[in-house]
Design a binder for this molecule. Sequence first.
Ligand code: IMP
Length: 179
Amino acid sequence: MTHPPIEAFEPMLSSATIAERVAELGAQINREFQGQELIVVGVLKGAALFMSDLIRCIDVPLRCDFLRVSSYEGGLKSTGVVRWEFDLTQTIEDQNVILVEDIVDTGLTANFLYESLLLRRPRSLKFCTLLHKEANTRINFDLDYIGFTIPNRFVIGYGLDLDGKYRNLPHIAALPVES
Ligand code: IMP
């Protein structure tokens, strides 16, 4: 698959804007979990950059874990089916858990993950997403921490990919709208 050159993408969120918002989310989490411990669960691969910046803004004791599911198979549209690729390495029973996603689009992945982790009886389960394509989303629970609400555009950078590429961009940009 060939991809547009990076200059063709429309800048949406600069690295400074992202860093400022990530620090605010970290401060909010610190206030809400003062005196408690956390397990922060990143959804790979997209949330890797966001998660690594976010946990450095959190100062309550925490453990990290990761899981991976897939619903996109590399393209622009969800396949409609969520598949486990790998699971957590520790129990979350009776723990405070924050699930960290890069983006909530239709909400299919978010619903699947939220319901799957709830069955494991955490003490609390919060959902944190860097980006929210609100107009598209149908979910059965509240998103607790949202970095940015964005329009219904396909975005790349800061962990988000198109066919595996562009994750390393420090900012977030939108795929050009076809004319
Ligand atoms: P959902 O299940 O439709 O909410 O999609 C969630 C997953 O789709 C995210 O974790 C991303 O991996 C992927 N995704 C959705 N929208 C985008 C986008 O604009 N850029 C890159 N990946 C996206």
